[in-house]
Design a protein around this ligand. Structure first.
Ligand code: ZN
Length: 406
């Protein structure tokens, strides 16, 4: 496989012009390919090397989230025009020889937060080692699971109109509660914008409006779908000439929802990609957001313990069919259960974010409660976690936990 984009994980991402950390239609294409071509794209980890393989969560606590995500690209596809669908076959995903480890962070509430930030407001970190297809962590004994490597973030450049739409609607949301911690959304932030090869004078203006990479949007982007794994095929809407495909935020593994926010096993890595075009595909198939076909290869876990959650919050307040509340309750229920086996709450939270956990909206019509479920594969544990009638024993050595900020 020819390497189209290579990165240096030991160098500052801002010095690498094949990387960018914002979305803007004018970010210059770094390399052109033809439909049918296949090629390798290397990616730095999403933070651009801010997190280290050590036993302190200080780096998580002070991480500069205005710099993320560092993406490789954009890649131009000859002949691509607005309205086309770009077919992207994710042929393979792998670990870089220069960076054979990964991390999971629980962000501090005042710097990023996470799905359960009110319960786990402090910065914590787990580092992961890779044994072939398996992931294990010195900070979370008792679990090992097969990874399902995928790009957390992949998509095409927006048009100017689409960018303006994003900025308008996100600003309107932000303005409803500008003081909120964590904020309601991440608005453009010029100071740390890296726009690849865009000339400095042009970049100064573009940085003021370039969209942050945090949310998923119409073009895909930061969807964090664990099933966009090696062997899957994704169909992306094209908005600009040449499509401008960019990618990054590679995960070794992730549970549905990526709940700790830095919640997958984050790593630098490579993606082997093949591109093709479906001319006029957006109108032909009525496509507004990407669609994809999953891989024939996936970890085969078939035994699960499934936790239910309903849309009644921690204070007992009734919410109307609120899936966000319901999934949070399912997660909290799973954590309470795992703690009975000796996991700390932070360890259990990290397991739910990283292991191949299946999250589902199970019921969304039975007023007033939505029902969400979280399916935890039981075979990832080195001991039996099923209810047996015998009180669970502490299986995790005391004194081992996620790293703290100290
Ligand atoms: Zn990620």
């Amino acid at each position: 496989m020819d390497t189209l984009i290579s990165v240096d994980t030991g160098d500052s991402p801002t010095k690498q012009d094949v990387l960018h950390n914002r979305w803007h239609p004018d970010i210059p294409i770094v390399s052109w390919v033809k439909p049918g071509e296949q090629f390798r794209v290397e990616c730095v980890d999403w933070t651009g090397g801010q997190i280290k393989d050590d036993d302190s969560a200080h780096d998580i606590k002070v991480v500069d989230l205005t710099k993320v995500h560092y993406l490789s690209g954009p890649i131009g596809v000859k002949g691509a025009e607005p309205g086309d669908l770009l077919q992207v076959d994710i042929l393979d995903v792998g670990v870089l020889a220069s960076s054979q480890w990964g991390f999971t962070g629980i962000f501090a509430k005042e710097n990023g937060g996470g799905f359960l930030t009110n319960h786990y407001p402090e910065a914590r970190k787990a580092c992961w080692g890779f044994s072939g297809i398996y992931a294990n962590s010195r900070h979370i004994p008792g679990v090992e699971f097969a990874g399902i490597m995928h790009p957390g973030l992949i998509g095409c450049l927006p048009s100017k109109e689409l960018l303006d739409t994003w900025n308008t609607r996100e600003r309107a949301l932000f303005d409803t509660n500008p003081e909120r911690v964590p904020p309601l959304c991440a608005l453009p932030y010029a100071e740390t914008a890296h726009l690849g090869r865009m000339p400095a004078a042009q970049a100064r203006a573009a940085a003021l409006e370039a969209a942050r990479t945090v949310p998923p949007r119409e073009h895909g982007g930061n969807c964090d779908i664990k099933n966009l794994s090696r062997g899957s095929t994704v169909y992306f809407p094209v908005y600009v000439k040449g499509a401008g495909l960019s990618m990054g935020d590679i995960h070794f593994s992730q549970g549905d929802g990526e709940i700790t926010f830095c919640g997958a096993i984050e790593m630098a890595g490579y993606l082997d990609i093949r591109v093709n075009l479906i001319k006029g595909g957006m109108a032909m198939y009525g496509v507004q957001n990407p669609i994809f076909q999953p891989s024939p290869l996936e970890p085969r876990y078939s035994n699960y313990l499934i936790f239910e959650g309903i849309s009644v919050d921690e204070e007992g307040k009734q919410h109307y069919l609120d899936v966000h509340v319901a999934y949070r309750q399912a997660c909290l229920n799973a954590i309470a259960y795992l703690k009975k086996f000796g996991f700390s709450g932070a360890q259990a939270y990290a397991i739910l974010g990283t292991a191949p956990v299946e999250g589902r909206i199970s019921g969304i019509v039975d007023i007033p409660n939505a029902c969400a479920t979280l399916a935890l594969p039981t075979d990832i544990f080195k001991f039996d976690i099923r209810p047996s009638g015998v009180p669970p024993r502490r299986m995790i050595p005391a004194g081992i936990d996620l790293s703290t900020a100290g």
